[in-house]
Structures are given as structure tokens and as C-alpha cells.
Design a protein around this ligand. Structure first.
Ligand SMILES: Cc1cc2nc3c(=O)[nH]c(=O)nc-3n(C[C@H](O)[C@H](O)[C@H](O)COP(=O)(O)OP(=O)(O)OC[C@H]3O[C@@H](n4cnc5c(N)ncnc54)[C@H](O)[C@@H]3O)c2cc1C
Length: 456
């Protein structure tokens, strides 16, 4: 970047966007947060009934904590686990309403495109000194100019479809209003829709498991409820996670509870099912794998699609961004989180360097930075934006420094000679290679694509 950065546009008023703004204020930059929803934490509000698996001590960014402390904030007990709504009400809303951030957040402001003033994507000469132009809708169409941009808009609002090949299953688009994407409150406001029904859930990540556990609990209260788990893979065990080895106890427990339910036959498991088509049959839904005439089928009253998320890249069309072709995360980050290469889910902290794009001054951070990979933690996002803002403010040393130790998932049981007991996959890599752990580093050094622990 040729000119010093003074103004910073931040897309998304979720926990990572607000953390970026708090760090920017501390460093004397002027942040503007553009949030599409009517209130900060709009994405989390969509899963407000869900209890977080990380306790408060892992959920509060340090710079945000400092802003809140200055207001006499009644800080929550560090070891407690908030629900999504408690997290928004006790942390994000006070940040918005009671701290210096209040003057720097615009709500109901949906960003639709980002470019450089006077430069489209093709033009190179002079590009770096042009400011960013951020187009957003707030009643009418408006523009904001800034020296740098952090896109922390998450991926909650672009869920993956049900189709096993990543495309919507045949018929899925026509049934969008009839299917449920995300995490319905089946024991709360949506009880009537799901109680006493046959409900199928597609997916095997944390959201799918959370939905299935809620449905089984609903079945305990409403015995006519039938719960069907549809998963693409052949082995349900992969969804059980690290159990007692997970350093985030509640995340480990979720997997263990689910494992017990599966083993006791509390739900019907349909494994190795590659969803290809969905049709309405009478008032019910028929989900099919293989050909429409003669493949396997599941018939249910309700279908919840919990197949993960992907980043919405449409607003970035005029920027020069580089993303891994599979994971859709920045190329230096992708090998650390690609579940094909490494299944620990334990990612070493990373920052400005790993998140850089060919467009200087532009970064994707937070949940969206993980592209299609799962297991993102807020803590990871807080470290990302601490480093990015330090870099933008010209403090290269702080940008390169690591100020975070992430809790291990305990998923991986691989040990490396001489590194036993050093943690997941033998502990962190020894050099600065694009590896996420010692085992991964050793595998890459011997010409393999990664430690491949998922295959063991
Ligand atoms: C059900 C669930 C439970 C989770 N539990 C935990 C947990 O216990 N611990 C943990 O560490 N992590 C957890 N995560 C993962 C992750 O930390 C959270 O999803 C977190 O909310 C990500 O923060 P973020 O700021 O990156 O994105 P988000 O919280 O998704 O915030 C993005 C914001 O950007 C806004 N936005 C989107 N598009 C636009 C646009 N075009 N213009 C303007 N604004 C826009 C959205 O409205 C939203 O408010 C969980 C995730 C899910 C889905």
C-alpha cells in the first residue's frame, strides 16, 4: 500500500467485525462497520436458542473486553456457556450501544459490491493508491470510501445445498420454502412444525448434530416424532468428534452425547446416502439418492438441510482475490484447515500474512475466511483481526506475533516419533512450513499432501 491507512471499512457486525473495529480504534484508525441486519449479531440471532460450545472466556475479544470494562460492564462468568441470544444480548449489543464503537456502526446497511475508486478489476497502474469504494444499501444505494477493507460478513446466510455434488438436488430449488436450512428451534418457537413428525436431517457437522440432538429431546417429549439422520459418508463415527480429548469440553460432550444416541438406536441412520433429488409427494418430502426411478429413498414430513456453509463471493467480484480452488479460503490458510489433508480441526493461529490477497489492503476474516472448511472458532477470528489491524497500522512486529493458543479438538490420535504427548498430531510444526502440526509437516516433507489423519 502506498498511502498510510487511516480509515477502515468492516463488512459485518458479528463478533469478528466488532473485534476488528475495537482493535482499529485502539490503533487510532477510523473504522466503519456496515451490518446488513437491523442489529449487530444478526447471523447469531438466527440460532439464538443454541448454546455455544465455548465458554465466555473464549468468546470475548481482548480489545472489545477493554472497551466494555471502561463502561463498568457486568462481565459474564468466564466458565459459563451462553446461548446465541445471551451472547448477543450480553456482549455484542452492549458493545454497540455502550462503547465508543456506537459511532462507528451502521446497521441495516447491506454491502453489495466493493471496488477501487476509478479502477475496475482489470486496471493495474495506479491501482494501489486508489481508495476502496464500498457500495451498500441503506434504504437507498450509498457509497463509503475507505483506505482498507476487512470482509467479516460470515457465511451463515449462504448455506450449502442438500445435493451431494454441491449443486442443489434436482427439485430442491422449487421446494426452498418447504425445506429448513440452518438450526430450527424445534423445542421452542417451531415446536408445532416438528413435533410428532418424521424429520430427516442431512449433514454431519456440528449444526447437523445439534439439530439431531434437539430432535431426539423433542421425541422424548413428543413420542410420535421420528428422527432420521442422512449422511453422505459411510461412517457415522466421524461425526462424534474428539470426545473427552477435546479441550473445549462442551464441544467434546456434544459428540459423546450424540454417539450414545446413535449407539442406542435413538435415531435412524441412513449412511452413504448421496442426495440427488427431492420431491413433494402428497404433503410429504421424498429425498432420493441415485436415479429418480430406482435409487434409495427416505420419506419425511420435514427436511432440515445442515450441510455446512460456503462464502458468498458476489460482492467481491471487482477485487483481486486469491482463494484455494477447493476450500475457498486464502491459499496460505487453506492447507491448515482443509479436511482432506488434515482432520485435527486444530489450526495454528494465523494473521495478516496468511490472509493477504493480491489486492493490498483487502482481507477476508472471521468465519468467511475459512471458506467451506468447518471448525472455525471466534478466538481464531479475534487473532486474525488483531494481526490484520496491526499490519494496517504499520506495526509489522505485532502483526507477525502470535498472541493466542487455541484449544485442541482432540479429534486426531496420531502420534509422531519423539513428539508423543505433545498434543494433537505431535504438536505444532517446527518450521514455518504450510503445515498445521508436526505430523502434517513430516508428511509434507516426505512428499505427501498432508498427514491424512482423517483416513486412519
Ligand atoms: C450454530 C453455531 C454455533 C457456533 N458455536 C460456536 C462456539 O461455541 N464457539 C466459537 O468460537 N464459534 C462458534 N461458532 C462459529 C463462529 O465463531 C460463529 O459463527 C461466529 O458467529 C462467526 O463470527 P463472524 O463475525 O465471523 O460471522 P457472523 O457472526 O456470521 O457475522 C457476520 C455478520 O455479517 C453480516 N453480513 C452478512 N452479509 C453482509 C453484507 N453483505 N453486508 C453487511 N453485513 C453483512 C451478517 O448479518 C452478520 O451479522 C458457531 C457457529 C454456528 C453456526
Amino acid at each position: 500500500m502506498s498511502a498510510p491507512v487511516r480509515s477502515l471499512a468492516i463488512i459485518g457486525g458479528g463478533p469478528v467485525g466488532l473485534a476488528a473495529a475495537a482493535h482499529a480504534l485502539e490503533r487510532g484508525l477510523t473504522p466503519t462497520v456496515l451490518e446488513a441486519g437491523a442489529e449487530v449479531g444478526h447471523a447469531i440471532t438466527q440460532w439464538s436458542h443454541v448454546r455455544l460450545f465455548s465458554p465466555w472466556q473464549y468468546n470475548v475479544d481482548k480489545a472489545c473486553g477493554r472497551l466494555l470494562q471502561a463502561t463498568g460492564w457486568n462481565s459474564p462468568e468466564s466458565g459459563q456457556y451462553p446461548t446465541g441470544s445471551e451472547f448477543v444480548e450480553r456482549y455484542l449489543v452492549p458493545l454497540h450501544e455502550r462503547t465508543a464503537l456506537s459511532e462507528h456502526i451502521k446497521t441495516s446497511a447491506r454491502v453489495t459490491g466493493i471496488s477501487r475508486v476509478g479502477f475496475d478489476k482489470m486496471q493495474t497502474k495506479g491501482r494501489q493508491s486508489a481508495r476502496f469504494e464500498i457500495r451498500y444499501r441503506n434504504g437507498t444505494e450509498k457509497s463509503l470510501l475507505a483506505d482498507a477493507v476487512i470482509d467479516a460478513s460470515g457465511s451463515w446466510f449462504s448455506p450449502n445445498p442438500a445435493g451431494a455434488n454441491g449443486l442443489p438436488a434436482a427439485g430442491e430449488r422449487d421446494l426452498l420454502g418447504r425445506l429448513f436450512y440452518g438450526m430450527p428451534d424445534v423445542r421452542g418457537n417451531l415446536r408445532e412444525r416438528f413435533a410428532g413428525k418424521t424429520v430427516a436431517v442431512i449433514g454431519s457437522g456440528h449444526s447437523a448434530i445439534g439439530n439431531l440432538i434437539d430432535l431426539i429431546r423433542l421425541r422424548d417429549e413428543e413420542p410420535d416424532t421420528r428422527v432420521i439422520w442422512i449422511l453422505r459418508g459411510d461412517s457415522p463415527e466421524k461425526a462424534f468428534g474428539g470426545g473427552a480429548n477435546d479441550q473445549l469440553t462442551a464441544r467434546g460432550e456434544l459428540g459423546s452425547i450424540f454417539e450414545a444416541y446413535v449407539k442406542s438406536g435413538s435415531l435412524e441412520v441412513v449412511a452413504g446416502f448421496r442426495t440427488a433429488h427431492i420431491a413433494r409427494v402428497g404433503g410429504r418430502l421424498r429425498v432420493g439418492a441415485g436415479s429418480a426411478c430406482c435409487g434409495r429413498q427416505v420419506v419425511a414430513d420435514e427436511l432440515i438441510v445442515s450441510t455446512g456453509f460456503r462464502p458468498d463471493l458476489s460482492m467481491l467480484r471487482e477485487l483481486r482475490i486469491a482463494l484455494d480452488d477447493a476450500v475457498e479460503a486464502p491459499p496460505a490458510l487453506a492447507p491448515l484447515i482443509d479436511p482432506n489433508l488434515h482432520s485435527c480441526g486444530t489450526v495454528r493461529p494465523h494473521g495478516a500474512r496468511e490472509l493477504a490477497h493480491p489486492e493490498p489492503g483487502f482481507y477476508i476474516a472471521g468465519m468467511k475466511s475459512y471458506g467451506r472448511a468447518p471448525t472455525f472458532l471466534m478466538l481464531t477470528g479475534y487473532e486474525q483481526v488483531r494481526s490484520i489491524v496491526a499490519h494496517l497500522a504499520g506495526d509489522r512486529q505485532a502483526a507477525e506475533r502470535t498472541e493466542l493458543v487455541l484449544p485442541a479438538t482432540g479429534v486426531c490420535n496420531l502420534t509422531v516419533a519423539g513428539a508423543e504427548g505433545a498434543g494433537c498430531c505431535g504438536g505444532p510444526p517446527k518450521s514455518d512450513a504450510a503445515a498445521c502440526c508436526a505430523a502434517d509437516e513430516a508428511a509434507k516433507a516426505s512428499g505427501e499432501s498432508g498427514c491424512g489423519c482423517s483416513a486412519r
